[in-house]
Design a protein around this ligand. Structure first.
Ligand SMILES: NC(=O)c1ccc[n+]([C@@H]2O[C@H](COP(=O)([O-])OP(=O)(O)OC[C@H]3O[C@@H](n4cnc5c(N)ncnc54)[C@H](O)[C@@H]3O)[C@@H](O)[C@H]2O)c1
Length: 251
């Protein structure tokens, strides 16, 4: 019997690098996973292939920043026992150059989108008597300023407090809520920058005590742990799994 046998799981940002790896890991442990992402099913194709490495997954297109769109998607797809609110965007800019639109977009997807996902799914859990798990994807930069991503860092700091607030209010329903704070992952924009911007790569390499970027599988295993029976007394935590990045003051 696998540890997540038959559990229903939702992964937002599931057609991205980390989300697809999370889906594959949950499926490997026996869960039945639905990916949710703003990408069209065609555009999501390559990530769907990764996500279904250990078994079939479902896919639903929705924008987590648009509550009506998300609610419509969840009406037919939910409820879920395990929810990984993982969709996120990052737009780098020096602080003095950040536009109001960039600020709003990142807050809208990373923080408000997390709120929409977590609240909508928690309401369904309560309505169906599900003592579920909710894991919000934060980041080590939620507590450590990294150059030129002030808006993003603020969203990830907010995600940590969202998890704490939800954990306290939902404990009576048996729902455990935590944040996961990865480090510098070979995924998404960070991977692209690592491969294409030598200045970024040098700065990032110097910031990782373990000396190598985190793999998506390492992030996925940590997320799966927070969904597992072994984590049944953990709630309101931000689990920092960052290879030691946050131990440094980096210029
Ligand atoms: N890559 C890193 O170094 C790193 C480090 C720490 C945390 N994170 C976080 O991990 C999560 C996944 O990032 P990733 O590196 O896999 O990036 P990614 O770009 O590969 O994946 C992000 C996914 O989110 C989706 N998405 C964006 N806006 C959306 C919306 N409005 N509604 C639904 N889906 C939306 C994208 O389409 C994409 O598929 C993000 O929350 C990110 O902030 C990443």
């Amino acid at each position: 019997m696998l540890e997540l046998e038959g559990r229903t799981a939702l992964v937002t940002g599931g057609a991205g690098d980390i989300g697809a790896a999370m889906a594959a890991e949950l499926t490997r442990r026996g869960a039945r996973v639905t990916l949710l992402d703003v990408k069209s099913p065609d555009d999501a194709g390559p990530w769907l292939a990764t996500a279904s490495a250990h078994g079939p997954v479902d896919y639903v297109r929705a924008d987590v920043a648009d509550r009506a769109d998300l609610d419509t998607a969840l009406e037919s797809a939910g409820p879920f026992e395990l929810v990984l609110a993982n969709a996120g965007i990052v737009e780098s800019a020096p602080f003095l150059d950040i536009t109001a639109e960039q600020w709003d977009r990142q807050l809208g997807v990373n923080l408000t989108g997390c709120f929409h996902t977590a609240q909508a799914c928690a309401r369904l859990m309560v309505a169906h008597g599900i003592a579920g798990r909710i894991v919000l994807t934060g980041s080590w930069v939620g507590t450590v300023p990294w150059p030129e991503i002030a808006a993003y860092s603020v969203t990830k700091a907010g995600v940590g407090m969202l998890a704490r607030s939800m954990a306290k209010e939902l404990a009576g329903h048996g729902i455990l809520v935590n944040a996961l704070a990865p480090g510098i992952v070979a995924a998404g924009l960070a991977k692209w920058q690592w491969e294409n911007e030598p200045a970024y790569a040098a700065r990032a390499a110097g910031a990782i005590p373990l000396g190598r970027p985190q793999t998506v599988e390492q992030v996925a295993r940590t997320a799966a742990f927070l969904c597992s029976p072994d984590a049944d007394y953990i709630t309101g935590a931000t689990l920092l799994a960052d290879g030691g990045c946050s131990l440094f003051h980096q210029e």
